[in-house]
Design a binder for this molecule. Sequence first.
Ligand SMILES: [Zn+2]
Length: 271
Amino acid sequence: MMTKSILQSHLVVLVACGIFMASCSTVPVTGRKQLNLVPESQMLAMSFQEYTTFLQQNKVSANKEQTALVKKVGGRIQGAVERYFAEKKISDQLSGYKWEFNLVESKEVNAWCMPGGKVVVYTGILPVTKDEDGLAVVMGHEIAHAVAQHGNERMSQDLLAQFGGMALNEALASKPEQTRQIWMSAFGVGVQVGALLPFSRTQESEADHLGLVFMAMAGYDPRTAVPFWERMAQMSAGNAPPEFLSTHPSDQSRIDQIKAELPEALKYYKQ
Ligand SMILES: [Zn+2]
């Protein structure tokens, strides 16, 4: 397990942006510069492979009603993301996407989105999402992490830290198991509590911000994000925090920030 201060990760980006000029990109909405060393084509190839493997090794829900809801909410958020990117004239960033939304049987209170729009929602989070709006909060947030390329950013930082910036295909060939571990932790997939590298505070607030806009554009009331994160916070007040909470700290400052961003998100909702 490894943690980095915000200052350190900024330094890594600054230094690496100097070394790898072509490898820095800009996060939509916030305009923040980020380090993405792994070519998108490699991220997508690995994503599609790992997603297929995950679905083979885990039990896809047989509950037709709940599955249909996950696919419905996912499809609506996908539509919102595509409109948003088209308006910003950055649709090329979504060109390799093969959107897919699956509900998987698991007690874990978790959900994630791998590059290329490969989403998994765990049945364990449904009691917390409660309804369609709550599901839209979670899926909007996870899809926001993906389209802001947070996984690539985390992969890049970890490949740099562990293998000195070795290319993904090179790392996979020489250290396949470690590289898969880096991948799994970058996307929060099937790991034990405490084994996850937490998403940075910056990435979390970006995903909250962008997620609110996407859910609003998809026709869901962004104000429902507040009670959702309050329910998550209540859960974390219990004993061992579930996986979703280890990567998604539900504190008052997050809820306060979401409240502050609601007026902007509501403009998209009213349209
Ligand atoms: Zn998150």
